[in-house]
Design a protein around this ligand. Structure first.
Ligand SMILES: NC(=O)c1ccc[n+]([C@@H]2O[C@H](COP(=O)([O-])OP(=O)(O)OC[C@H]3O[C@@H](n4cnc5c(N)ncnc54)[C@H](OP(=O)(O)O)[C@@H]3O)[C@@H](O)[C@H]2O)c1
Length: 344
C-alpha cells in the first residue's frame, strides 16, 4: 500500500501503473476516522467476467460497518480476514460508468451507465463482476442509483422470495427506516400489501412518506401486543425474540430474519436466525433467514420498479469521497433516514 496522500495529483505509480484515489483500511476498528484513510493507490485490474467501473457514487450499508469493525467475530472465522480485513478497500454498492470490460463479458461496453455490487467502491475506480451489475435506472441520478444495490436486492428477495408477499396481505417491516427496510416497505406496498413499519420516533415521518399504512415506534409500541397478526414479518432491526415474532404472525405466516444489530459481538444474532430455521419444520409458520444474492436479474427487476415510480431510494445525505469516514460515522450513530451516499 502506498503512503496516504490526501491531495495527491500523481497519475502513475513508480511501477508505471495508473493510480486513483481510494479509501483504504489496513485494520479493523470501531472509529471510522482511525481506520479509514484516503490514499493514492493502483487502479484495480480486472479478470475475465469482470468490468472496471469509473465510480460516480457509492453507498454505505450495515455491511460496510461490519467489514470496518470486524464484528461480529463470526465474520472473521467465515473468511473476511481474521486479524485484519482481507479486502483493503471498503464499499460495495456502486453506480458508475463502464471504463473497460474483461474477456468473456457480454452485454456491457465502455461508456455504459450501470449500477450494482462492486468491490472497493469507495474509490475512483472499482471492479465488479458482470453478473452483479445492470443498466442504471434511466431517471435516477448516480447518487440515487448507488443507494439501491445491496439494500434493494436484499429487500426484494426478502419480500418476494422469503415472505412471498401477496396482494392484500398484512406485512410488518421491522427496521422500516433503514437501508433494507426503506426498500422493503415500498416493495411490499408495490405488491399490494398493507404495510406496518417499525422504526424510531424521529423517523416515523420518513416511513409514512415511503408509503407505510401504519408506523410503530419501537421504543413504546409493541408490535406483538393488541392481537395484531401479520401474514409476513421482515425483520431487519433490533433483536426481537423468536417467541415474540411468532406471536405477531398468523398461524401460516412467514418470518424472514434479514439481520439485526444487538445480537452480541460473537454471533451478531446469527444464533436467532439459526434457531428460526431449525424450528420452522416443526411449526405451522414458516420461519427463516435470508442470505441475499447479488445478481443482475434482480437489479433489472429493481430498475423496473424504480422506473415505474413504485420504489424510490430514500437518500438522506451525500458526502464526498474524502469524507467517507464522516459518512460512516453519521450512519453508525443512527442518524441516517434511509441511505447515506458517497460521491466520487
Ligand atoms: N441477510 C442478508 O443477506 C443481509 C443483507 C443486507 C443487510 N443485512 C443485515 O440487515 C440488517 C439491516 O441492514 P440495513 O443496512 O438496513 O441497516 P440500517 O440501515 O442500519 O437499518 C437498521 C434499522 O433497524 C432499526 N432498528 C434499530 N434498533 C431497533 C430496534 N430495537 N427495534 C426495531 N428496529 C430497530 C433502525 O431504526 P431507526 O434508525 O429508526 O432507529 C433501522 O430502521 C443489518 O443487521 C444487516 O447486517 C443482511
Amino acid at each position: 500500500m502506498k503512503k496516504a496522500t490526501l491531495n495527491a495529483t500523481t497519475q502513475t505509480s513508480p511501477a508505471g501503473a495508473e493510480t486513483m484515489k481510494a479509501i483504504v483500511q489496513g485494520e479493523y476498528g470501531a472509529a471510522p476516522e482511525d481506520v479509514l484513510r484516503l490514499a493514492e493507490i493502483d487502479r484495480p485490474t480486472i479478470g475475465p467476467g469482470e468490468v472496471l467501473l469509473r465510480v460516480r457514487a457509492a453507498s454505505v450499508d450495515r455491511g460496510t460497518w461490519h467489514l470496518m469493525t470486524g464484528l461480529p467475530n463470526l465474520m472473521r472465522i467465515m473468511g473476511f480476514g481474521f486479524r485484519r480485513p482481507k479486502a483493503p478497500n471498503p464499499g460495495r454498492s456502486v453506480a458508475g460508468i463502464v471504463e473497460a470490460v474483461g474477456t468473456d463479458v457480454t452485454g456491457f461496453e465502455p461508456g455504459d451507465e450501470v449500477y450494482g455490487a462492486g468491490e472497493g467502491s469507495f474509490a475512483q475506480f472499482a471492479r465488479a463482476r458482470a453478473g452483479r451489475i445492470a443498466r442504471k435506472p434511466a431517471d435516477l441520478s448516480f447518487e440515487q442509483a448507488a443507494a439501491v444495490p445491496i439494500s434493494g436486492m436484499t429487500a426484494l428477495q426478502a419480500v418476494r422470495d422469503g415472505a412471498r408477499v401477496q396482494a392484500g396481505q398484512r406485512v410488518l417491516v421491522i427496521g422500516a427506516s433503514g437501508g433494507v427496510g426503506s426498500f422493503a416497505v415500498q416493495i411490499a406496498k408495490g405488491f399490494g400489501a398493507e404495510v406496518t413499519g417499525v422504526c424510531s420516533a424521529r423517523k416515523v415521518e420518513l416511513v409514512r412518506a415511503l408509503g407505510a399504512d401504519h408506523v410503530l415506534d419501537y421504543a413504546c409500541d409493541d408490535f406483538a401486543a393488541g392481537g395484531h397478526r401479520y401474514d409476513a414479518i421482515i425483520d431487519t432491526g433490533g433483536n426481537s425474540r423468536l417467541a415474540r415474532l411468532r406471536r405477531a404472525l398468523t398461524p401460516g405466516g412467514r418470518l424472514v430474519i434479514v439481520g439485526g444489530e444487538t445480537g452480541g459481538r460473537w454471533l451478531g444474532g446469527f444464533d436467532r436466525q439459526l434457531r428460526a430455521t431449525l424450528l420452522s419444520p416443526l411449526v405451522s409458520q414458516k420461519l427463516g433467514m435470508l442470505a441475499a444474492s447479488e445478481n443482475s436479474a434482480d437489479l433489472s427487476v429493481l430498475r423496473e420498479l424504480l422506473e415505474a415510480g413504485t420504489v424510490r431510494p430514500a437518500v438522506d445525505r451525500t458526502y464526498p469521497l474524502g469524507e467517507a469516514a464522516a459518512a460512516i460515522r453519521y450512519f453508525q450513530e443512527g442518524h441516517a433516514r434511509g441511505k447515506v451516499v458517497i460521491t466520487v
